[in-house]
Design a protein. Structure first.
Length: 440
């Protein structure tokens, strides 16, 4: 797929010139003031990263290269008019900044298919782990094990110049993305289907082949995974998985190491693990209420009980968004179109009516609205993917599209190693109050 690489570099070359001119001519321009409150709350809102692939607006939600999720569902190529956009098209858009043609997407899909062979030692690493090892543990270890295939690592050691780094990073990224469905499906079949593995079908698209190798060959599951992979792919550069991938990549670690770091961040309860927490919380609620069809009053009582116990409502709230997550809305529309009277989906819909008013009455909660995790598990469960400890792996396969496209851009720009300054707590106390801090 050299023509896609060439098309990317043709577009990216213009960005290189703009980047260098900005750094040279305006490097001393002040663009923001940082408050102590921002430092103390995870650097929220501090502009400190370059991420071209997507931008999260608190009121509008996520836009991928300027396109909203509804626009993507309308404009990106698909296999049939009634289906969902193909993730290959979303990756093309993230990388090049243009809506691809059907031919572009089909060629990219074929290219990934030719790159999808996974070395045997990667499977050996997975098989060496106990079967009760969490799927994300196996997934991140397998990604690290694939670093033996890094073309960038070999080229760097051979002494290539800095301006050529992106070229080898590009091929590493393409190879890694191509292999992820096979690795994920292998873990899924190993953990939940007695190691009865299914060979890939090279005639299928990237997400469709993942569904096939997992053992879910219905068109409905393939359609869902295409949507899932598109809407979970990117969420600008400051979230943990994106930032971790960027941070490790800034040290010129190869894409396998960088992405593995991102996946270890995604596995956290405050990030990608939340989709598992949602389903687990709902099932705990149904057990306690002793019903699979709770009323809205019962839901409200359980939500209040959860909050009174000092716990959060999983799937609700967001660090940046101040409205219902458009990714939640996309999944709700999918359910409305294709799923009729599913009890778990109905509960998720009812929670959407019940939870925001309760959270809204709590003054400290800035965003009472649902995020992407509030819906995804119910859809997967409905279509037979009931092993919710695996859901974060699916999130990880999707997130590769965004964070790895950004990693290529990082090397195109020649971004330096990331190294912010840090100070003792007493330094901040003195800055804020003029008084010396009393802590150690």
């Amino acid at each position: 797929m050299e023509y896609i690489k060439n098309r990317f570099y043709e577009k990216a070359s213009k960005c290189i010139n703009e980047y260098n001119k900005l750094k040279r001519d305006h490097g001393d321009k002040v663009i923001a003031n940082v408050t102590i409150g921002q430092v103390m709350t995870g650097m929220k809102g501090v502009p400190s990263l370059i991420t071209d692939t997507s931008k999260l607006d608190p009121q509008e939600g996520i836009r991928f290269r300027g396109y909203s999720i509804p626009e993507l569902r309308e404009k990106l190529p698909r296999l049939n008019p009634e289906g969902e956009p193909l993730p290959e098209g979303l990756f093309y858009l993230l990388l090049i900044g243009e809506i691809p043609s059907q031919e572009d997407v089909m060629n990219l899909s074929k290219d990934w298919s030719t790159r999808s062979h996974v070395p045997q030692h990667v499977y050996d690493v997975i098989d060496a782990m106990p079967k009760n090892a969490k799927p994300m543990t196996q997934f991140s270890a397998a990604i690290t094990a694939m670093a033996t295939e890094s073309l960038f690592q070999k080229a760097y050691r051979s002494g290539i110049g800095k301006k050529h780094y992106w070229d080898f990073i590009y091929d590493d990224v393409m190879n890694l993305i191509a292999k992820l469905p096979r690795v994920a499906a292998y873990i899924y079949r190993r953990n939940f289907h007695n190691g009865d593995h299914i060979e890939p079908n090279r005639k299928l698209d990237w997400a469709g082949n993942l569904a096939h190798m997992m053992g879910h060959d219905s068109e409905e599951v393939k359609r869902l995974l295409r949507l899932y992979m598109v809407i979970h792919s990117d969420h600008e550069g400051g979230n943990v998985s994106a930032h971790a991938t960027h941070l490790v990549g800034s040290a010129l670690s190869n894409p396998y190491y960088s992405f593995a770091a991102g996946m270890l961040g995604l596995a956290g309860p405050l990030h990608g693990y939340a989709n598992q927490d949602v389903i687990h919380w709902i099932f705990d609620m149904l057990d306690e209420l002793d019903t699979d069809n709770p009323s809205k009053e019962q839901l409200a009582d359980y939500v209040k009980k959860t909050l009174e116990e000092g716990r959060v409502i999983p799937g609700y709230g967001h660090a940046v968004l101040r409205k219902t997550d458009p990714r939640f809305t996309a999944q709700q529309e999918f359910a409305d179109k294709y799923i009729k009277n599913d009890k778990l989906v109905n509960i998720v819909n009812n929670l959407y009516e019940v939870v925001p008013p309760i959270l809204g009455d709590i003054g400290k909660i800035q965003n009472p609205w649902p995020n992407v995790d509030a819906y995804s598990g119910a859809l997967l469960y409905h279509y037979g993917i009931k092993e919710y400890t695996f859901y974060t792996v699916l999130f990880g396969v999707s997130r590769a599209l965004g964070v790895l496209a950004s990693l290529i851009m990082d090397r195109v720009y020649g971004l330096p190693i990331e190294r912010p300054s840090s100070f003792e707590l007493k330094w901040y106390i003195e800055k804020a109050t003029g008084q010396s801090g009393s802590c150690i």
